[in-house]
Ligand binder design. Structure first.
Ligand SMILES: [Fe+2]
Ligand SMILES: [Fe+2]
Length: 206
């Protein structure tokens, strides 16, 4: 079986083009879940699209939206942090041996969670303000620039294990994402607080 074909438009309103890719992420995640599909091919295609899409947003779209004051620095930085979280979940997914294992399905579930969270947040807090504050003409210019970068990355290949690992390492080095050790400590604190809160609710309702 061959890898699912990716749409490769060359022009359009950047907001519509990004939304279309967010839909394709969901389609590819579903292909990765199905047992009657070529999961390995779907995983590779999903990885390539996730990386090309986000890299092109960071270099071609976010800076212009910021310059046009549609978004502030904190939204841009938060978007970049979530892209790094996607890289981390993607790396675990690529590291799952085979495609029929528990590890594969758990890594897929976590990747789906972070991708869906980011798409939702980007659509609400970045694309909506851009629709209000950036002209249609500029959105079409951005569409061309974003597609040029996205399609070039897809053509040369941008999501091998080595490439994803290097991008994640750069995000940590650039302090876009805290080191894994710090995040593990923060997660442990959150987990302990959650358990305490659940206990409190249970006591109040028993
Ligand atoms: Fe996006
Ligand atoms: Fe994004």
């Amino acid at each position: 079986m061959t890898a699912p074909m990716l749409p490769q438009p060359t022009q359009g309103d950047v907001l519509e083009l990004i939304l279309a890719d967010h839909g394709t992420f969901e389609d590819l995640l579903r292909e990765c879940r199905r047992t009657d599909r070529d999961r390995a091919a779907a995983r590779t295609t999903l990885a390539e699209l996730l990386v090309a899409h986000a890299e092109a947003e960071e270099s071609e779209v976010y800076p212009t939206l910021r310059a046009k004051r549609a978004i502030g620095a904190e939204k841009e930085e938060h978007g970049e942090k979530e892209h790094a979280e996607i890289l981390e979940a993607l790396l675990a997914f690529l590291d799952a041996k085979g495609t029929g294992t528990k590890k594969y399905e758990e890594a897929l579930e976590e990747l789906a969670r972070v991708v869906s969270h980011h798409s939702s947040e980007e659509e609400l807090s970045i694309l909506n303000p851009a629709r209000d504050d950036v002209s249609v003409a500029v959105r079409h210019e951005l569409g061309k620039a974003w597609l040029k970068k996205r399609n070039a990355l897809l053509a040369k290949g941008c999501a091998s294990r080595t490439q994803v690992s290097a991008l994640l390492g750069k995000a940590v080095a650039d302090k876009v994402l805290p080191p894994a050790k710090v995040r593990a400590e923060a997660d442990a604190i959150k987990e302990a607080a959650k358990t305490k809160a659940e206990k409190l609710e249970e006591e109040a309702t028993s």
